[in-house]
Design a protein around this ligand. Sequence first.
Ligand SMILES: [Zn+2]
Ligand SMILES: [Zn+2]
Length: 366
Amino acid sequence: MKATAALVRAIGGPFTIEDIELAEPRGSEVRIRMVGVGMCHTDLVARDGFPVPLPIVLGHEGSGVVDALGPDVTDLEVGDHVVLSFDSCAACPTCDEGLPAYCHQFLGKNFAGVRLEDGTSPLSQGAETIHGNFFGQSSFASYAIAHRRNTVKVDKALPLDILGPLGCGVQTGAGAAVISLDLKPGQSLAIFGGGAVGLSALLGARAMDAGMVIVVEPNAERRALALELGASHVIDPVADSDVLATIKDLSGGAVNHALDTTGIPSVVGIAVETTGPHGTVGLVAVPPPEAMLPASMMSMLMRGTTIKYITEGDADPQVFIPQMIGWYQDGKFPFDRLVTKFAFDQINEAAKASEDGSAIKPVLVF
Ligand SMILES: [Zn+2]
Ligand SMILES: [Zn+2]
């Protein structure tokens, strides 16, 4: 069948809107009519040269309606509302452990641009192969081929067009706070960076009834939003020449845990020193390739610090997406406050708004 997709044909973009053809879903594949799709930093990293084959359809925060099912899918129906997340193999030791974000085939399943089993793509344009299967979905398109494994059924009463970010960016931030840092009620947290992932961590912390949450973010509008979403304090790292001292002051010496969403080594160094005994420092950003941790090993020894790199919030999407939706329905997880909607054909404008910081979480609607 025909679909309209945003293609990347050259490193650095732009996205070009073109007609493509989709093969019929086979095996455990699911064809989705897309209703909304978030734009995540990883889409722009891939556009700008992260090794994916070109031309490709990116997009990995899709939400939509089941349109057709492969013959092996027996527990979904055409018409079901679904959110798409990252893909995993379901058969390796870490998938068995319930940690699909560390699937041994994570890179292949999410970045190869083809089906791993035979190297084919379900997408084409005339005789030309168009790479798909990005995060098992390639959802910058009016229709996408996903897999039963990364398709999560949701309640039809929910606002389907904005649910996609629950599949990646919001899951990453909230999962980091709730699952990776295992924040307990009353515990304190310092979050470095108030973008989509940092503010989602704040939402997760609030959903867990955390204590003090401090958000460090240079953008004034994002600091204001962080306060509205429940941050106890915000710090402007441009105006404050000693962020570490300020956090120590505010928290009475140290916070329980810290989360870095910036990937900037000097910021991670501060994050490490803000945590108290038995604290964990979560790291979620892609660092510069040559970056090393600027942290005192003796200082970490004295406090028993854990440094933890986190993929996708350590979440199992089939478990955590319904959990976040439950919090949203209870009014304690307003992730919709992070969303700015764009029409699908405004995808390049959405990318620009993401890069210049004017939109925290762009969502393209069809
Ligand atoms: Zn696996
Ligand atoms: Zn993402």
